[in-house]
Design a binder for this molecule. Sequence first.
Ligand code: ADP
Length: 346
Amino acid sequence: GVGQMTNDLQRRISEAEDARELRDQVLSALEEAIVLFDAGGTVVYSNEPARRMFGDPDGVGQIAPLEARQAVEGALTSGVVHRRRFGAGVPSREFSGTAIPILEGRMVVLTVRDITESQRVEAMRRDFVADASHELKTPVAAIRAGAETIVRALDDDPEVVARFAEQIDRNATRLGQLVTDLLDLSRLEAEQPETTTVRLDRVVASEVESARAIAVSRQLEVGSDLEDVEVEANEDDLRLAVRNVLDNAVRYSSAGGAVSVYVIGRGGEAIVEVSDTGVGIPRRDLSRVFERFYRVDIARSRETGGTGLGLAIVRHVVERHGGSVEVESELGRGSTFRIRLPVNDA
Ligand code: ADP
């Protein structure tokens, strides 16, 4: 009967409404802004991110910024995909807009993606590769020059041969250290650490022992006072961080100096503190020493076998453990590096 037909119709209408609602929910959950235009340029649908970005335009003529409108108009008239990049907003962010004809050109879908972050990462990667290549070139050039000199001097100057063999050895070691540090850095950027409960004081104690051997040969004293402290951490990474800070304390000190190492647990925090009485760091450089390849004194860094990556590695390790690292220093008096790690006392 008629009642039955009305019920069917109503059921179908409400199903259609449900489907539309579902589609809107799904499309609005995406990060991309999506706007659908008919062949006349009228807006047929827009998802939530698009409504936030473009407001509620009726047609392509009201789409701003200009590049997005041009992409849609291009796709509508030519029937082929149009892409445009543009900046928008305050502070300005970068977007990539793509207008795609569908249904044989009877409609156009505009999608807009925020590419600010991916562009930033890409630029960082480019800089990193450029910096790393530059750093690698120096020892490679020295090795090649050394080898050439040796070939020429082979017959008549054994002393030159010895000297340049030593140059090759030194630069090959440096090259090896650079590659090791670069690999550590990229691993630290890529992977999440696997953590266990680690006795921080024991890690520091064993690194202090290793550092002491080198320090003694340079007439430096190394003192330590280590409280029992447990942290959730990746032990290898932690070891690497502590080693780099200790290594610097020794390398940037001169004979007669002292290095003091503390492990302190207090207030939900574990602190590793390494102080030296070495050359110190000028105030203007303090905030930059954790940047990769940043050195206050390039000659000294090279002489002592530095790569300029030690503190960048320290910062990466510490930050991915939810901690922080800080430095205090006075030029000519010494430096203190402090690693802070969170402790969850259950
Ligand atoms: P490098 O391999 O050159 O030592 P790092 O990343 O370990 O590189 O350190 C960056 C720069 O910070 C060093 O080149 C040096 O100028 C400065 N620095 C680091 N630790 C110390 C320290 N304990 N005393 C003085 N300067 C330091």
